[in-house]
Design a protein around this ligand. Structure first.
Ligand SMILES: *Cc1c(COP(=O)(O)O)cnc(C)c1O
Length: 350
């Protein structure tokens, strides 16, 4: 188990080497250029550090969700990479988009008009082929226009490879994208990268698999874990039979147990839904989180283990895959990663 500086109750270690391996794996798997999605601070791992490393590995086009995210990246990465903003050109963010030389992904007629009125220029276009979320409906797809560099859509069920909707979306996108012969076609998110060559189009657009999540919401041996959330054991105590642990007497000891109080709570992003049901890796085993998760600490049953204050537990990482940790908490890897709060220091290795 890796050691943790004594002053850090909780920390998120990001293995940039593993990130690079996942990036190259996805490129090899699809045979397409990988355009990383680094929205939401690269799923909580740190967009600047992640994008810098991916640029060093060859990435030249990135996707963010918000103009503000794009501005931060532009500042850090310099003028070279292309940065698309998924939520497009709306209101004041057009000024930010222009100032930072970002490209909006145009999602609706009002955005196209606003973009043109502000001077137009290089941008993307999203066509909605199933999500009913953002983008033009296929039947309303606009005529080709000046500045259009990229046309994209987004899969609704890429984590279910046998869902027929995937093929329907592929066919719909294939047909509608013929309208824009000069534009780069972008279709596949992480799950889409695994659906086969006719789902690759021109460039792929993965997020979660770069960051260590599996394409189907469960661990995939081809994807390396990237993020490890450690918490430090702050205190170890016996709990006598009949006593309770934590708020609201959330756990009652039927036999005498030993509890390790660990320095990570919901203010660090360990949602209360992690207990009961959650487990952490400690001293070479998975052990249950017990009782209510507090703001700053959580309790682990370490009965029978040689554990002491200063030891570390792994909440997710190579021994407790983030998909499994998320499933136990009733959520998905994406939410688990993006929930880790700024209070948790990010440590970069690899
Ligand atoms: C978040 C997002 C992605 C990346 O999805 P993953 O499932 O994380 O690979 C790709 N495209 C769009 C439009 C997105 O919103």
């Amino acid at each position: 188990m890796s050691s943790l500086p004594a002053s850090l109750p909780a920390s998120l270690t990001v293995d940039l080497g593993a990130l690079a391996r996942n990036y190259h794996f996805l490129g090899t798997l699809t045979g397409r250029p990988v355009n990383p999605v680094v929205k939401a601070d690269a799923y909580g791992l740190g967009a600047v550090q992640v994008a810098r490393r991916l640029m060093a590995e060859g990435a030249r086009t990135f996707f963010v969700a918000r103009a503000l995210e794009g501005m931060v990246l532009r500042e850090a990465l310099g003028s070279e990479p292309t940065i698309y903003v998924l939520d497009g050109a709306h209101g004041d963010n057009i000024r930010a988009i222009r100032a930072a030389n970002l490209r909006p992904v145009i999602n609706q007629p009002a955005q196209l008009e606003a973009w043109h009125q502000s001077g137009g220029g290089a941008c993307g276009l999203q066509i909605d082929t199933a999500m009913n979320r953002l983008g033009y409906r296929v039947e309303n797809a606009p005529e080709p226009f000046e500045g259009l560099e990229l046309v994209m859509t987004h899969l609704a069920c890429a984590d279910e490879p046998s869902n027929p909707l995937n093929r329907q979306q592929r066919d719909a996108f294939n047909a509608v994208s013929q309208k824009y012969p000069g534009a780069t076609r972008s279709f596949a998110n992480s799950g889409g990268c695994f659906l086969g060559p006719d789902f690759g189009f021109d460039v792929v657009r993965p997020g979660i698999c770069l960051y260590g999540g599996g394409p189907e919401g469960k661990p995939d041996a081809r994807i390396a874990p990237v993020a490890t959330l450690h918490a430090q054991v702050m205190q170890v105590r016996p709990v006598p039979v009949g006593e309770t642990v934590g708020y609201s007497q959330g756990y009652r000891a039927d036999t005498e147990i030993t509890v390790a109080t660990c320095g990570a709570g919901y203010a660090d992003g360990i949602m209360r839904s992690n207990s009961p049901g959650g487990q952490v890796w400690i001293a070479g085993q998975l052990r249950p989180i017990i009782g209510r998760i507090s703001m700053d600490v959580l309790a682990v049953d370490v009965t029978g283990l040689a554990v002491q204050a200063g030891d570390t537990v792994e909440i997710f990482g190579a021994n407790r895959m983030v998909d499994d940790a998320a499933t136990a908490a009733g959520t998905i890897s994406y939410e688990m990663l993006t929930s880790i709060t700024p209070r948790v220091p990010r440590l970069y290795v690899g």
